[in-house]
Design a protein around this ligand. Sequence first.
Ligand SMILES: Cc1ncc(C[n+]2csc(CCOP(=O)(O)OP(=O)(O)O)c2C)c(N)n1
Ligand SMILES: CC(=O)[C@@H](O)[C@H](O)COP(=O)(O)O
Ligand SMILES: [Mg+2]
Length: 641
Amino acid sequence: MDITAGQLLRHIDDPSDLRKIDKEKLYQVCEELRQYIIDVVSVHGGHFAASLGVVELSVALHYVFNTPYDQLVWDVGHQAYGHKILTGRRDIFHTNRKYKGISGFPKRDESPYDTFGVGHSSTSISAALGMAIASKLKGEHERQHIAVIGDGSMTAGMAFEALNHAGVANANVLIILNDNCMSIDPNVGALKEYLTDITTSPTYNKLRDDVWNLLGKMPVGKRFTRDMASKLEASVKGVVTRSSNLFEALKLRYFGPIDGHNITKLVDTLQDLKDIPGPKLLHIVTTKGKGYALAEKDQTLWHAPGLFDKITGEIYKKPVNAPEPPKYQDVFGETIIELAAANDRVLGVTPAMPSGSSLKFMMEKMPDRAFDVGICEQHAVTLSAGLATQGMRVFCNIYSSFMQRAFDQAVHDVAIQQLPVILCLDRAGLVGEDGPTHHGAYDIAYLRGIPNLIISAPMNEEELRNLMYTAQLESNKLPFVIRYPRGQGVMPDWRRPFKAIPVGTGRKIREGKDIAILSIGHPGNFVTDAIKQLVIDGLQPAHYDMRFVKPLDEALLHEVFRQFEKVITVEDGTVAGGFGSAILEFMARHGYKADIKIMGIPDRIVEHGKPSELYRECGFDAKGIAHTVMEMMKNKITVVA
Ligand SMILES: Cc1ncc(C[n+]2csc(CCOP(=O)(O)OP(=O)(O)O)c2C)c(N)n1
Ligand SMILES: CC(=O)[C@@H](O)[C@H](O)COP(=O)(O)O
Ligand SMILES: [Mg+2]
């Protein structure tokens, strides 16, 4: 379907075209940009509400600053659709997040306007500050560096670390705090309350507006005006904010809050700030989902709604004829409530993903026992460790790729002290359209080397439930990782009574004689499908669902390597140091020799696309596995491990 951009937008191939437009007409550019985002995302999918909220900001930034020479860094990047459309990607925007299409996030090799690759939050201030310091060292004193960061992303440790440095770095960096009071779910924490205080204080806002108006009327030189402005602002802030200004205390000049949907005000303010050197922060207030009423009303639902009818607002669901398997996240969300009902020491923790992890079910039912701690993966893990010291059985649910942030906490705070924290790593494996920043590719490899850690992966919903049950038993004294993928499992009828799974035991799913296939986690289902085809072709593969990467089921592995000369391992993690590598180490330790092929995510960056497209590309979908078996069966030469 052809989607046409509005009259002005269709001529903006680059920000230099935007800069030729009269300031008075920018509101029309904003309207057209907003409409274009709605038109394309409703048909092609992607993140939605966040980009609508920064339409005016995106236009103003490219209008005022000399991008790409001036460097603009978007935090997370899920809100950068307007930026992409204005910077030469309007006509390919329909390929957003599609296999071989453009990325859903800013990406350096996609455009010179994408100064820094993003996807994970709270990196923008550090990155922009790095650029600003480099410019200073190179003598590029007029060059501007802007980080756009949301209120949710500002809650992370990384953002605070960067603010702490920025305040004393004497570099030319402008931080724009886009405050919409939302993360994916409502934003949480004391910082959020502080920002609300500043934003809603009528006394402060009136005084600030008076100061700006007064300055506008003063017939004095620009620099003098700004000096006056900063002094007046500081005194206003000192008087009327409940506590002294947090950002000013960190030696950043604080401006705002201003209405982030008033394009004229934004342009004027940015123009002014451009001439003020050094580190500064502009606080803008916006509405997530701005301009699409339903999104403004339910901002969490419309964060990334899937395809929808832009007129009626109906979000399309795939038609179901029979009972569907649940999403793994929902099995987690419902199972933790059952466990918590039976064991009052069970608690839940999520760093800012209550909806994504489905911990929100427990937060609603048992608000004292389930916590959203904001985008703070490191804190989430150490908080869980602290709770565990007091005998609590904490399920800390973190997306696999975000868990990368908390590696040290897993080692230092959890494993060394043998605290039985339960780390549920959702979105393990290839997540699909979010792409390489979000693939949970590395968890097995980076966790496997940590002593004392149990690492498991369920092949289906029932195993997820039973692993969760096992992990919270008093008899378990060790930290316990349970990793599972994004999306649906395979068992519509999944609510079965709990059964403990002895730690370090796998199961033989199918007897066989020609070859053994060892799988870990959900890809075991791809193996099952592959075997259906292989049996038709006359082969008899054995299949083992290993369930644990650590400790390995050594008894089962001895059985395998005594019986089979050909072995395949399948995992949805990197082959570099993952489950297959653990099997190779086992072979080496015990002197086994076999033709072995390690299947999983290859040791390179896998881009975005539908999960099925990516599994196919990586070769471990059912077809790929069947093909590998056939190749190994006809090829007697040792296959590369
Ligand atoms: C390290 C990390 N944790 C969690 C996420 C998931 N995530 C993506 S956007 C988002 C909300 C960000 O809120 P904010 O910065 O205020 O942006 P908004 O969506 O409100 O525009 C979260 C939690 C992430 N991308 N990175
Ligand atoms: C930008 C970001 O990090 C999140 O919005 C992420 O895309 C959510 O992923 P899920 O859709 O898997 O919850
Ligand atoms: Mg926000």
